[in-house]
Design a protein around this ligand. Sequence first.
Ligand code: NAD
Length: 436
Amino acid sequence: MKKTDIAPAQGKLGVLLVGLGAVSTTFIAGVLAIRKGLASPIGSLTQMGHIRLGKRTDNRSPKIKEIVPIAELNDIVFGGWDIFEANCYEAARTAGVLEEKLLEQIRPELEAIKPWPAVFDQRYVKRLQGPNVKKGKNKKDLAEQLRADIRNFKKERGLDRMVMVWCGSTEVYMTETPAHATIESFERALEADDPAIPSSMIYTYAALMEDVPYANGAPNLSVDVPALLALAHQKKLPVIGKDFKTGQTWMKTVVAPGIKARLLGVDGWYSTNILGNRDGEVLDDPESFKTKEESKKSVLDYILQPQLYPELYKDLCHVVRINYYPPRGDNKEGWDNIDLVGWLGYKMQLKIDFLCRDSILAAPIVLDLALFLDLAKRAGMSGIQEWLSFYFKSPMHAPGLYPEHDLFIQLMKLKNTLRYLKGEELITHLGLEYYD
Ligand SMILES: NC(=O)c1ccc[n+]([C@@H]2O[C@H](COP(=O)([O-])OP(=O)(O)OC[C@H]3O[C@@H](n4cnc5c(N)ncnc54)[C@H](O)[C@@H]3O)[C@@H](O)[C@H]2O)c1
């Protein structure tokens, strides 16, 4: 198999974060702590993952970062925007995810990261309001201001490359309109201040115009419209989204393939969460929750394939709830009740109670996405990066394809993509050769 030419990961990598909230600050503080040897990068494939190469008998399982050139943590420089003025240390304290003792050890580095004024409009995130917001003639002007921030960051910090990850709040539910159809209609809409262009799309446009790959950690459309995908292609930039797959949905994409593999039926799947962080507060607004709900609910339909197995899954009742409950802060609790049907129609139940930490699960995903997107760009990959579906609740996909949600197929796809880049044999798990 042919090896892909991948440019080396030389120089500094700027990671641009939209929103310096719980996820972003946990990610930044984590990377700073890991660099200092204060903690370990648990949960990150780029830092800890191994990949099998060749036959099982070859005993070749190097670390992923030993086979593809991934940027070093020491070469990452952080920058970002937020509607609040708090620096990264203060924002991490507000988020309340990490212990004070850890934050104190990296305090000067965190304090030095101060958010640039944001592009924000309360029409798209109803429950938030903040002072650190740009003013502009129209949305085109706001996009130009973001582009200037990106260029200044690159120049001032002597960066070689950059990536952007949306870690901002979930915007209200929106669908595609003619404004999103082409690059030209999109640019006209920017000039005309069209309400069809939410803040997240202005950031995406600015990133792509500045040759910066983009990942969307929230479920809102953002880069997932034809105009911005065309721009990504035109500029040869990799993009991916939507909505980090962290707690309950991650568990769902682990358990559902197992149930389906045994051809057990499912009558109902009831999922509820309590969450008390700012994300929970934003999602308490029905319009933002609708965006999240769509993202969370699509998973089972694709995994269980009711059209192929109507007897097992056609009437499945799938309910997803998130309740804002301040006492729990970032420590979300997610319950699942699954009503199963077995041999001869006999009923069973499965209960899952996941006491997780939202941002602790999301932070390594942000790190991997930043590093893999940077790798993808250096490998000449552009457009939707389906091999990164592993990290998302609503993975973006080519038109006409259905998204792959099964976590294990996603992981196989990711690892085979890395093997493919290196010209290594793809692993099909056929294994007949061992019995010849
Ligand atoms: N933590 C998880 O497990 C997880 C999983 C999937 C998706 N997400 C999504 O990731 C995002 C971040 O989550 P979080 O827990 O850090 O939320 P958070 O509320 O702590 O942080 C979001 C930050 O974005 C800022 N913001 C909002 N709109 C902005 C804009 N237009 N420009 C700049 N800043 C803006 C807010 O002021 C806030 O500080 C949310 O959309 C959330 O739904 C999180």
